[in-house]
Design a protein around this ligand. Sequence first.
Ligand SMILES: Cc1cc2nc3c(=O)[nH]c(=O)nc-3n(C[C@H](O)[C@H](O)[C@H](O)COP(=O)(O)OP(=O)(O)OC[C@H]3O[C@@H](n4cnc5c(N)ncnc54)[C@H](O)[C@@H]3O)c2cc1C
Length: 492
Amino acid sequence: MPIDLSRRHLLGGAALTLGALATEGLTAEANAATLQGALPASVDTVVIGGGLSGLVAARDVARAGRSVLVVEARDRVGGRLLNHQLTSGGTIEAGGAFIGPTQDHVAALAAELGVATFPEYVDGKNVYVSKLLGRQTYTGTVPPDPTILLDALLLLQTLNSWAAQLDVAAPWAHPRAAEWDATTLAAYIRTHSLNAAGITNLIRCWTQPGFGADPDQLSLLFVLHYIACSGNETTPGTFDRNADTAHGAQERRFVGGSQLLPLRLASQLGDHVALDAAVSQVDQLDSHAVVHTARGRVTCRRVIVAAPPPLVLDIVWNPGLPTARRQLLEQMRMGRLMKCDAVYPTPFWREAGLSGMGISDSGAVRAAFDNCVPSTGHGILLAFVGGATWAQYGTLSVDARRQAVLEGFARMFGKQALSPIDYTEHDWTHERWTRGAPVAVMGLGTLSTVGSSIRTPHGRVHWAGTETSTYWTGYMDGAVRAGQRAAAEVLT
Ligand SMILES: Cc1cc2nc3c(=O)[nH]c(=O)nc-3n(C[C@H](O)[C@H](O)[C@H](O)COP(=O)(O)OP(=O)(O)OC[C@H]3O[C@@H](n4cnc5c(N)ncnc54)[C@H](O)[C@@H]3O)c2cc1C
C-alpha cells in the first residue's frame, strides 16, 4: 500500500517544532518516531543505510507516492554525520561539518529543513609551522615557504588544468585516464618537482583531512576527478574550491550541527525508518527482491544501497555482484581519520590576529581549524588526524594523543593552547558501520578499469551514497545528489 508521505506531510509540524531542541532531544525524538514493531512484509523500495544519502533517496521515493523503508544498521541515523554535545556547552560535529559554494543540493536541503548556516571564522592570518623555517603567518592557499612555493604553484596549476579536462560522470573516458591512473599523486610529484619531499609533505595537509590518506595511496586520476567534482554543472571544480575556507568547501557550518539534517529527515519519515536493522543478505528473484535484516525480511520491487562501499561487500548478494562492481568495491578503501577538538575559555588566537587555521609539516596536528560555535563564547580548535599521521598518533593512548594534539596547537597558536577546559576526539576507523573516513578512496588502476560500474544498477538494486556522486563526491552535497539520482532511477 502506498505510504502517505506527501510533500505537505513531510514539511509538516514535526520539523518546525523540533527546530529549537538540542541534538540529544532531537535524536531521542527522531528515534522514537522510527518503526518500533515488526518490519512490513513488503514495500515498493527498501533503502539500505540511513545516512544523508539514503534518507534523501527515501524521501524522494515517498514523495512520489511509493512505499519505502529505510533499514539502518546503527541505533541512530546520520552515518558519517554525528553531532557531539560538548560537556562545556555547545554542539560540534564529530563527522562531516563544512559546506561551501557550489554545494547547492545540500544547501537547498538545509534551507528546506530550516537548518541555518554560519560562516567559518577567517579573519586574521593563517599559521604555517615548518621544521626548517619555524612558525610563519600567511594568507591565501599556499604557505610562504620558499623551499616549496614554486613546486606548489606548478602542481596546483597542473592539477586544475587536467581536472578541467575530465568529464565528472566518466573520468575513465579521458584519453590519458589509464596513464594518470597508473601513477600515484606521490609518484607524479616525485618526478615533477624540485623539492619532491617538501611538496609531498605539504600536500599531506590536504590529503590527510580530505581523504584520510596520503599521496602514495591515491591514484592521480582519482585525485584529478575529486578536484573536478569540486564544483557544479556551471562552475568547474578547482583545487582551491576544494581546499579553501573562504570561497571553498570549508566556508560555512550548520547552526546546531550537520546531524540536524538527517535527524530532521528521519523525523519526517517517521516509521518508514527502521534502526538496528543491519542488512545481511539481498536476494533478487524474477518479480521482486528480498532484503534480509537483523529485524526480519522485507520483500520489495527495488533496493537502493546507500552504505559506504566497503560495507556493501559484507552483504551476501544472490545473485552475486557483477565482477566489475565487486572488484571496484574491493579496491575502494575507507580513509583513516579522526577529529580532535580542544575547548578554551575564549578564542585567544583571534585576539592575536590569527584565524585559527593552521598547517604544519610535522606532529599530530597537520591541519587545524577554528571550530567555535556561535552559541558559546568558548574557543574551540579542531585538528584532523588522518592517514600516516593517524597511523602514528591514532594508535597512542588517549592521554598521549591529547598531549601531542595540544602541543601541535601550541606550536601554531601559543602556549595557552596547552590548557583546554575540555577535550574530545572521535576516531572513525573504530566505527563498525563506517570503518574509516571521510570517504572511500581509490589507489592505482581502479577508476580507469572498473570505475565505470560505480552507478550501474545490478538488476533491481540501485546505488546511492556520496561515493557515487558526480559532483562533490565524498561530501554531504554528493550524498544528497546521489540519493536524489538513485530515487529518480527507481521512480523511472
Ligand atoms: C570526520 C569526517 C569529516 C568530514 N568532513 C566533511 C565536511 O566538512 N563536509 C562535507 O560535506 N562532508 C564531510 N565528510 C563526509 C560526509 O560526512 C559524507 O560524505 C556523508 O555524510 C556521507 O553520507 P552517506 O549517506 O553517503 O554515507 P554514510 O553517512 O556513511 O551513511 C551510510 C549508512 O549506511 C549504514 N550501513 C552500513 N552498512 C549497513 C548495512 N549492512 N545495513 C544497513 N545499514 C548499513 C551506516 O550505518 C550509515 O548510517 C566528513 C566525514 C567524516 C567522517
